[in-house]
Structure formats: structure tokens, C-alpha cells
Design a binder for this molecule. Structure first.
Ligand SMILES: [Ca+2]
Ligand SMILES: [Ca+2]
Ligand SMILES: [Ca+2]
Length: 304
């Protein structure tokens, strides 16, 4: 009976990808190299929330030092031959001559000409690939999701009204702005940054439903938020972004590293009997028990 329950739970987990599928939102392929602020993300200065922190608001022109770009680029690629090259620089506060202590960049998907306001299911995780050249300073990355309740398919236009929550932000720097999310400090290589909307720390950002709790089951990727670890380090910042996607981990892959092995098994065993939110609660029924153990065992070796 217990085995049957586990199989049913496993079937339910696999089935999660059905009704509102996980998807590759974009790998930035098949767009003209040089397009600026036109694919998924607007150019850095677009959002009024963070324009005042930026040194440049004109049209991207890297050769002439106008660092305000979200360019389709063939200089680096995680997938295919293209990615999105994002370039910005912070400025000193003209009133004080000092850096803004709460500087950050809101890179928004707001009504972008291509792939605007991409719809996601909040039960799915989100991952982005970043390539950061070594002369770019370290920063924190936070995912901003908008609670629109959309019924659009994954990556379709999910709308632009609703509260925005910051996923992965453990705190915010001075003032209500500048979310402190996941540290990105690896250079000259592609890294994968993952967000788990149901389990990561959340801070409310903007809108009446921005309360640090996810309301509803669907919405959009509204922004990536880049916060410098050292606000005095003005940049320029260069970040290549590729393969923005939603995904469901392999059943039993408790630590979400792509392989179901003894590390996952141990995590379930150590948490055995725990109730409430727990990574080891593989089937999401709020208790870690033999049903979760069986899911790990049934999938042992997958992806390894
Ligand atoms: Ca690509
Ligand atoms: Ca694993
Ligand atoms: Ca469970």
C-alpha cells in the first residue's frame, strides 16, 4: 500500500510538468546580433526604480563608453552561439559626491518587444546562466516575480500588473531598495544560478500584494536585480545571460544537482520524520517519510 502511494506520488510529481509546462524561456538564439533592450530584458536604464543609480541613460554604445546595454551578442554563449550582454555602470550621488549605499539595477522584462513579461508557474524553479568577466565586480542576484495569476503558457506574455516579490533575497541594503540575493563571484566561466520560488527567502518589493509571501500559482519573471557587494565599486559591470528557463528537478534529486545519489538519500534519512517545509519532503506532503525515501530509491542513479 505504501509503495502504491509512493508510486502515485511519483506520478503526480512527474505530472507537474504537464498542465503548465516548464520551458526554456529563451537562449537568445535567432535574434539579430546587436539588438538592444529588445529581447526579454529592457536596457538597464529603463526602470525608473534604479535609473538614478546609473551613470548612463542614453543609447548603448560600448565603443564610446555609453554603458547602458542589453545586447544580443555572439561573444559568449552557454547554448548555441548567442547570449544577452548586459553592461551598466553606477554613478556617484551628485549631491554628496559619494556612492549610493543602496545602488542596484532592476533589469526588467516590462513589455519588452520580444518575450515580454514571461509567464511562469510558481511551482517550477527558475535558473539562469551567467558569464561574468573577471574585471566585473561581485554582485548579488535576486529574481523578481510578479503575481499576475496569468493563464498564458510558459514564456507567453503573462501581463504587467500585480505585486512583485523578490525571490532569494535574505535582506535589503539601506532603504527598501537593493535586495541582497545570491552571491555571484565566479568569473570567466558559465555559472547556473537557481531560484526556488516555493522555498527561497522572499522579500516584498512593490505593489499591494508584495508581502513576502507568494500569492497565487502563476505570474511572470519581472526582473533580475543586481546589487553590488561593494556599492563603492561603480563598475562598469558586464554580465552575459543565457538560457533563462523554468524546470522541475528530477524526482528524488533533493539537493537539485542533477543526479539522484546517496547525498539525496542521506538528506531524506537525516530529515526523516520532519514536518513542514523541507527539501527532503520530495512529494511535498509536508512530512518526510518512507514515501519520500521510496521516490529517491526508485530514481537512484538518474542523471548521474
Ligand atoms: Ca544562447
Ligand atoms: Ca542530487
Ligand atoms: Ca513527504
Amino acid at each position: 500500500m505504501r509503495i502504491r502511494c509512493a508510486v502515485l506520488a511519483l506520478t503526480a510529481l512527474v505530472g507537474m510538468s504537464g498542465a503548465f509546462a516548464q520551458c526554456l524561456i529563451t537562449g537568445f538564439e535567432n535574434f539579430q546580433v546587436g539588438l538592444n533592450g529588445a529581447v526579454l530584458f529592457r536596457q538597464p536604464s529603463f526602470s525608473g526604480s534604479t535609473t538614478s543609480f546609473l551613470a548612463f541613460t542614453g543609447v548603448c554604445n560600448i565603443p564610446n563608453g555609453v554603458y547602458n546595454c542589453a545586447l544580443i551578442s555572439d561573444e559568449q554563449a552557454f547554448s548555441g552561439t548567442q547570449s544577452l550582454k548586459v553592461v551598466w555602470q553606477f554613478r556617484l550621488n551628485p549631491d554628496t559626491g559619494q556612492p549610493y549605499p543602496n545602488a542596484w539595477l532592476r533589469l526588467t522584462t516590462f513589455n519588452t518587444p520580444n518575450i515580454p513579461n514571461p509567464a511562469i508557474n510558481f511551482d517550477h524553479r527558475v535558473r539562469v546562466r551567467l558569464y561574468v568577466p573577471s574585471d566585473t565586480p561581485d554582485f548579488y542576484l535576486t529574481l523578481g516575480v510578479r503575481e499576475t495569476g496569468t493563464t498564458a503558457a510558459c514564456a507567453g506574455n503573462g501581463g504587467a500588473s500585480g505585486g512583485i516579490e523578490w525571490i532569494g533575497a535574505t535582506s535589503a541594503q539601506a532603504g527598501p531598495s537593493a535586495p541582497v540575493g545570491q552571491l555571484v563571484n565566479q568569473k570567466d566561466q558559465w555559472v547556473t544560478v537557481k531560484f526556488d520560488i516555493r522555498r527561497d527567502p522572499i522579500l516584498g518589493f512593490a505593489g499591494s500584494t508584495a508581502n513576502g509571501t507568494i500569492d497565487g500559482n502563476t505570474g511572470t519573471i519581472e526582473q533580475l536585480a543586481f546589487t553590488p557587494t561593494d556599492p563603492a565599486n561603480l563598475g562598469p559591470y558586464i554580465v552575459y545571460i543565457d538560457d533563462v528557463e523554468t524546470y522541475v528537478p528530477t524526482p528524488g534529486d533533493v539537493d537539485d544537482n542533477g543526479c539522484v545519489d546517496d547525498a539525496d538519500l542521506l538528506q531524506v534519512l537525516f530529515a526523516f520524520g520532519s514536518t513542514g517545509q523541507n527539501d527532503a519532503d520530495v512529494n511535498g506532503d509536508q512530512i518526510v517519510d518512507d514515501a519520500d525515501l521510496l521516490i529517491v530509491l526508485f530514481n537512484f542513479g538518474t542523471g548521474c
